[in-house]
Design a protein around this ligand. Structure first.
Ligand code: AMP
Ligand code: ZN
Length: 494
């Protein structure tokens, strides 16, 4: 299996393999920790996780870096308003970001450098650019990169930069998308502003230089792959290329992956539209983290995604179906000879699953054979009274394991994640935002529910139906449903 991935830089689909034959060196732009991560951010981080997991499945080792941007205009402004140091301000959001990554089943990259811990490398990089005549200092003590001196500026975004104004500058971190200007490498502090005293003078790094410095320090001047959301292609990634390649004289990243944007109900997500959601907002509304992960990854990265609440409800059902199928396979009787048809179906689903992922990480296409197999196997098990051969069951479970090494939704951590979100909301004074249904279904711990379910089973055995019914009713009122089946009693939170 070799992953073929679209490369924004070359405009073609290419194999992703480590140039050094050892580990794939990849860098993905991480969060700016000025607030909680929203579902658009997590769509991008989740697809980078799908990339990482697919490479690991293909037997490719990875050396993956994701930065934490813990200094920028907004952070400095917000920290000053909150009367906190930068560290105090960003620690809270860095911690919540890591918690959200874990909750969503996003594997931690090998390296997660914080920008403020790499100021020295940034200063050195800017000095190199200055020595080569590519960076200049302005009267206020800031440093800029001179884009006119980099003839291939625009190679990534393929923008036409005819007639760019030589020396026109931009110094804010929040860019207008189409302004092509010399960009700030180092920004002189405004009076009273947080700054570092360095050989360049007092100041702080511009946003672009952070990624170049940290990527090259950890991965070397030239590495395999760079990823981020599509909004970063210009100017952020274009500027990373310009300043890195001017400093080193070698190609910065060979392969560029851009995840397309997430819209909500057809519109750009924004606080003013009232359609802005963090992961935590959705958990407090009662949606399960597994359904959120499933929905965000099921639309391939190279398609724009329209997030809807109907889609999230469908995703909840899909996850439930897959889990029920998995449980069924682990509990059915394993007898008899292999069924040729069954074995063929598993082999076919396996091949189609792998081919779809190899083909530019087509997650939507990868899901189709899994659901086809689920329908086939469930039909077969219904007919045979829940029996299949040990070999067929083992092969199917192995495929589900492979599926889950990418999609990561079979293990049920939903209640635990929701409970943590409720505790967080309580601590933040936001408990009122939790849906009433959610609060009632979470009032019971899993162990308490297990105990009540066991008591009900016992009550039924001793023909104490009044008690058995009372328990069912009590649980139903808390949005916990009991299902009696041939295989025993199961419960779930609605
Ligand atoms: P930020 O924290 O704003 O620097 O963004 C972190 C990551 O999320 C970047 O890779 C962005 O490109 C990405 N991102 C931001 N908004 C969206 C969105 N609506 N859809 C997909 N990715 C996004
Ligand atoms: Zn970056």
């Amino acid at each position: 299996m070799t992953l073929q991935l679209f490369n924004t830089l070359s405009g073609t689909t290419e194999a992703v393999l480590p140039a050094d034959g050892a580990a794939l060196r990849m860098y993905a732009c991480g969060p700016t920790v000025y607030d909680y991560g929203h579902i658009g951010n997590f769509r991008t981080f989740l697809h980078v996780d799908i990339l990482r997991r697919t490479l690991l499945l293909a037997g490719v080792r990875v050396n993956h870096v994701m930065n934490i941007t813990d200094v920028d205009d907004k952070i400095i402004r917000n920290a000053a308003e909150a009367k906190l140091s930068l560290d105090e301000y960003t620690a809270k959001y860095t911690q919540s970001f890591l918690e959200d990554l874990d909750a969503l089943g996003i594997q931690r990259p090998e390296h997660m450098p914080r920008a403020t811990e790499h100021i020295n490398e940034m200063v050195k990089l800017i000095e190199t650019l200055a020595n080569r005549g590519l960076a200049y200092k302005t009267e206020d003590g800031s440093w800029y990169f001179s884009i006119a001196k980099f003839p291939t500026y625009g190679q990534l975004s393929k923008k036409d930069f005819e007639g760019i104004e030589d020396g026109a500058r931009v110094d804010v971190d929040e860019y207008e998308k189409d302004t092509v200007r010399d960009f700030a490498l180092w920004k002189a502090p405004k009076p009273g502003e947080h700054h570092w005293d360095t050989a360049l003078g007092p100041g702080r790094p511009g946003w672009h230089i952070e990624c170049s410095a940290m990527a090259m320090q950890i991965l070397g001047p030239s590495f395999d792959l760079h990823a981020g959301g599509e909004d970063l292609m210009f100017p952020h990634h274009e500027n990373e290329i310009a300043q890195s390649e001017c400093a080193t004289g070698v190609q910065f990243a060979r392969h560029w992956m851009h995840v397309r944007f997430l819209l909500v109900e057809g519109k750009k997500m924004s606080k003013s539209e009232g359609n802005f959601y963090t992961l935590r907002d959705l958990l407090l509304k009662g949606y399960k983290v597994s359904a959120i992960r499933y929905l965000l990854v099921s639309v391939p990265y190279h398609h724009q995604m329209n997030f809807t609440f109907d889609g999230l409800t469908d995703a909840t059902v899909a996850v439930e179906k897959l889990r029920t199928f998995h449980t069924r396979l682990t509990t059915v009787a394993r007898t008899g000879a292999d069924s040729t048809k069954w074995s063929e179906r598993v082999a076919q689903a396996d091949a189609e699953f792998t081919t779809a992922l190899e083909d530019d990480l087509n997650t939507a296409r990868a899901l189709a054979p899994i659901f086809e197999l689920l329908r086939f196997c469930n039909g077969h098990l219904d007919k045979t009274g829940n029996t299949a051969s040990a070999g067929d069951i083992a092969a199917t479970l192995a495929l589900l394991e492979k599926f889950d090494s990418i999609f990561a939704i079979l293990e049920d951590r939903d209640a635990e994640t929701t409970r943590t979100a409720l505790a967080w909301a309580e601590a933040e004074g936001r408990a009122g935002e939790a849906s009433a249904d959610l609060v009632s279904s979470m009032a019971f711990t899993d162990a308490a529910i297990d105990a009540l379910v066991a008591e009900r089973t016992e009550a039924k055995k001793t023909r104490n139906f009044a008690r058995a019914d009372a328990i069912r009713k009590e649980l139903a009122e808390k949005n916990i449903l009991i299902e009696d089946s041939k295989d025993g009693v199961r419960w779930k939170r609605r």
